[in-house]
Design a protein around this ligand. Structure first.
Ligand SMILES: *Cc1c(COP(=O)(O)O)cnc(C)c1O
Length: 384
């Protein structure tokens, strides 16, 4: 049905006519045909703050722009992203083969799941967690097994370890977790790894690791030498502000990353993306300053929210999580009236990115009104 097809093209596509092209539909994999499209953060009106995708609010730095501008766009990129991998390997203290670069860390997730799981296999992760996980697992043919987070938004790693079966091929751990912004502690992670067999791939998704200030948080890189089944995922999309270029990386055992590389679409990491990532690493202190700025704004937001009575997981990503339960839709509408576009999880909660300096006050004004008008309805646990 043409109408259905245009819906699957996502929010940006508007079909002007919908000709009926076929009467007899091609047979598709039913689980794929019924898969919801990736839900992107909503675009914001000109005067609103787009705080729905955890993007960096900072404009691209001139050194990075210059590197991008120097790309030879008539040439294919280096499919092995060699220069970038050499650089990342030096930083991580590993060999070049122990680094893999992908068109965003989401594509590496796809590759790892393709490489390790298929029909009849299970991929285990916490829920709620990153919205991309369920679709990636479905595409591989494997089955998702999810374990609810604790009430405070942290992973229930004991329950996750207990949910491992002989069919489990992969466990994904997200720290800080999207969307709750809660970390996994090093202690809990190590206890978890001790229970998970070495034959199961554990992916530690650290898309927001640069924003972590809690000294107890797990950090994947130093643990790689200890766990032969661990792969750590990092990205240039968040702290380095390169979401639009699509570049992320994995560090882990070479044979696992070789398998991921075998599944990848060749040459999908573009030359501008590779050059931009390298340029960003050249000017690391400037990003450290941006991260510090965002962490300071996050503290302002967190303190303001707590003063308003909100109970929220200790935010360690570049975003905060409000538990709004039944009142979620009404709360989101109030936020929007204040010019705040956030990520809304129906009947559950709202994730708000830490954005422009001026957005902090705006968010707090909006959440104050949410408290005022919806106090009775905001879900249990959301307000203290
Ligand atoms: C944003 C995000 C990513 C990064 O995605 P890219 O494909 O690198 O842009 C990965 N994991 C989580 C949990 C995220 O929120």
């Amino acid at each position: 049905m043409a109408g259905g097809a245009s819906q699957r093209n996502g929010a940006g596509h508007v079909a002007t006519h919908a000709p009926k092209l076929v009467d007899v539909p091609v047979t598709l994999r039913p689980e794929i045909a019924s898969l919801a499209p990736y839900r992107q953060g909503r675009p914001a009106a000109a005067d609103a703050f787009k705080l729905s995708s955890n993007e960096s609010p900072f404009p691209v730095l001139p050194e990075v722009s210059a590197a991008i501008a120097g790309s030879q766009l008539n040439r294919y990129p280096d499919g092995a992203a060699t220069a970038l991998r050499v650089r990342l390997a030096e930083r991580a203290g590993v060999t070049v083969d122990e680094v893999h670069v992908g068109a965003g860390s989401v594509s590496i997730l796809h590759q790892l799941v393709q490489a390790a799981a298929s029909t009849g296999d299970e991929v285990l992760y916490a829920w709620r967690s990153f919205e991309a996980y369920p679709g990636i697992v479905t595409v591989s043919g494997a089955t998702s097994v999810t374990v609810p987070n604790h009430a405070d938004g942290t992973h229930d790693l004991d329950a996750m370890a207990a949910a491992v079966t002989e069919r489990t091929r992969i466990v994904i751990v997200c720290s800080p977790n999207n969307p709750t912004s809660a970390i996994v502690t090093a202690r809990d992670f190590e206890a978890f790894m001790a229970k998970v067999p070495d034959t199961i791939l554990v992916i530690l998704d650290e898309a927001y690791r640069e924003f972590v200030t809690d000294a107890h948080a797990v950090e994947g890189m130093p643990l790689l030498a200890r766990y032969p089944n661990l792969v750590v995922l990092r990205t240039f999309s968040k702290a380095y502000g390169l979401a639009g270029l699509r570049v992320g990386y994995a560090v882990g055992p070479a044979y696992i990353l070789d398998a991921a590389r075998a599944t990848m679409i060749a040459l999908s990491v573009t030359e501008p993306a590779q050059r931009a990532a390298l340029a960003a690493l050249d000017i690391e202190p400037q990003f450290t300053a941006q991260i510090d700025e965002l962490v300071a704004r996050r503290s302002l937001l967190r303190d303001g929210l707590i003063a308003q009575g909100w109970r929220l997981p200790e935010p360690q990503g570049n975003f905060v999580w409000l538990v709004t339960g039944e009142a979620t839709a009404a709360a989101a509408e109030l936020l929007e009236r204040h010019g705040i576009v956030a990520r809304v999880f129906a009947l559950e909660g709202i994730r708000i990115s830490v954005g422009e300096a001026e957005s902090v006050e705006k968010v707090l004004a909006a959440t104050a009104e949410v408290v005022e008008t919806l106090r009775e309805d905001v879900g249990i646990g959301g307000l203290g």
